[in-house]
Design a protein around this ligand. Sequence first.
Ligand SMILES: [Zn+2]
Length: 130
Amino acid sequence: MGFLDKVTEITKSATNKAGNTYEITKLKLKINEAEKTVNEKIIQLGSWCLAQAEAGVVFEGEGAEILAEIAAAKKTIADIEAEIADIKTVPETPAEPAPAPAAGKKFCLQCGTALAADAKFCQSCGAKQE
Ligand SMILES: [Zn+2]
């Protein structure tokens, strides 16, 4: 086999490999889709079983155990929701209005008159401000 033939051969093989990888990826995506369907249907099946149980159908063995666990979890949810409702019905103490910020103001140390932030003396009583 000549050098060029060999190169052609390698190139072809690489192309095939790339093609195969693409093909495999495509097929794996199909598997993922089918797996998603399986999982969705398992959940749907579970919901159906639960509806059956709630309608009075009696399950045995593992089915009964799983249904008991679901019932216990549902009770936990109901209990916690009731607890939350209790918390919410406690009247909230209204938040104290925040004192208005005395921006750029201070008050006389002596008489309490509002003064400019940079005032050295009180304009009312004349007390020195520091
Ligand atoms: Zn003053």
